[in-house]
Design a protein around this ligand. Structure first.
Ligand SMILES: *Cc1c(COP(=O)(O)O)cnc(C)c1O
Length: 399
């Protein structure tokens, strides 16, 4: 097949997938004139999210980033404090650390979860303890739907007495040892951005078992007004709440979340069964005790074995009107965080950098048709065969 521009229908990475019920909630908000920040949809969405995640409370925000910011504030993170943070993640995980004028220390991934390496975290704690600079919080990201190894990570954090914030923006619906992703730490956050497993077009959620802290966050998120009859302010607040119209979209989306998880997992299995036989291609594993929502199907392609350069493959897919992306570039390697400390999995072995070099995210929309997924698979297979032939290598399958 010639890789030329095509008028084939575009296959997006992870487009919104409406259930059809969203419009009813939006109309209802209009009919009752609850076109406001806050209202009955927000209250109900918070209650249902707390129930779903198995926490005592939830606070709806206008983004996942805002929810992270609120969590950091509630844990007292301020100027000059240290926060340990997963390095292999989207920049939004760490930006709120900077909003608080605190300092991120980036922690490497391990091979089997792609998430924060317990080994690297332990090394970071030992070093920090020696220097008497323990972090104020540890921010653990659950990447692409994979839950981090919370047993090991939680044990380390509680040993050093440091609270955990879980960035579960990508892992809503994921389970780990019978509990929902995001419900392990002092705080967990979700995102309902347009590309996430369910969406409100834009929004987020802060969850916690600590109702008092959640109530304080609620106050800070609505301009920090004191409980007096006039406008009185003693701390700096933010305008971080979710609108009642958007919470209505969230209610309808939450009702189909479990279906979406199954659909994402089925997409992953199909990709894996089609492509894993190719030498040098490896799919993201699933941690022991975890059930990933497989938000995005991700895999690694070893250039030394396959001759495939990820950036070139992304361009080849683009020529077929298929959207694929690199795995997140580690934050410690971002110009923005130049000079920040980084703790690798082991001395001289940076797992996150290797995952970035080799990693690829495939289209994982839950509305994707089987023949669309076949299109993606076919382009990769053909590209692989050409690269291998050029290299004089063996191909494990013929077609
Ligand atoms: C999407 C995302 C966020 C930010 O969520 P927004 O709702 O877009 O602010 C944070 N962390 C990770 C890992 C994400 O993927």
């Amino acid at each position: 097949m010639a890789l030329v521009s095509t008028n084939k229908k575009r296959i997006f990475l992870s487009p919104p997938h409406m259930s059809g019920k969203e419009q009813w909630y939006v109309n209802e908000a209009f009919r009752t004139n609850w076109v406001a920040p806050l209202g009955p949809n927000v209250d109900q969405f918070e209650q249902e999210m707390a129930k779903y995640s198995g926490t005592k409370g939830a606070l709806a925000t206008n983004s996942g980033t805002a929810a992270i910011h609120l969590a950091l504030m509630q844990l007292g993170v301020g100027r000059g404090d240290i926060v340990f943070c997963s390095t292999l993640t989207f920049v939004a995980s760490a930006n709120p650390i900077v909003y608080q004028e605190a300092e991120p220390v980036f922690i490497d991934s391990d091979e089997d979860s792609w998430n924060m390496s317990p080994q690297a975290l332990e090394r970071a704690f030992i070093e920090a303890k020696k220097e008497n600079r323990l972090p104020k919080a540890v921010l653990i990201v659950h990447l692409y739907g994979q839950n981090a190894k919370m047993d090991e990570l939680s044990a380390l954090c509680s040993h050093y007495g440091v609270p955990i914030i879980e960035d579960a923006a990508e892992s809503l619906g994921t389970e780990y040892k019978g509990k929902k992703s995001g419900s392990f730490g002092e705080f967990g956050i979700y995102s309902f951005n347009g590309n996430k497993i369910i969406t409100t077009s834009g929004g987020g959620m802060l969850i916690s078992n600590e109702i008092e802290k959640l109530d304080k966050a609620r106050n800070i998120a609505s301009q920090a007004r004191e409980p007096v009859p006039y406008y009185q302010h003693e701390t700096t607040g933010y305008n971080y709440r979710m609108s009642n119209v958007l919470a209505g979209i969230g209610l309808a989306q939450l009702a189909v979340l479990d279906e979406r998880v199954e659909a994402k997992r089925a997409l992953f299995v199909r990709y894996k069964e089609s492509l894993e036989c190719l030498d040098g291609i490896n799919f993201m594993p699933e941690v022991e005790g975890g059930k990933s929502n497989r938000w995005l199907t991700t895999l690694t392609i070893d250039e030394a074995v396959t001759g495939i350069n990820i950036s070139e493959l992304i361009i080849a897919l683009e020529k077929e009107n298929i959207e694929a992306r690199h795995v997140w570039k580690p934050l410690h390697a971002q110009p923005l965080f130049k000079g920040c400390q980084y703790v690798a999995h082991c001395e001289g072995d940076s797992v996150s950098e290797r995952l970035f070099e080799r990693g690829l995210c495939l289209p994982s929309g839950t509305g994707m048709a089987v023949d669309e997924q076949d299109r993606v698979i076919a382009v990769i297979e053909q590209y692989y065969a050409k690269s291998r032939k050029r290299q004089g290598g063996r191909i494990c399958r013929s077609w």
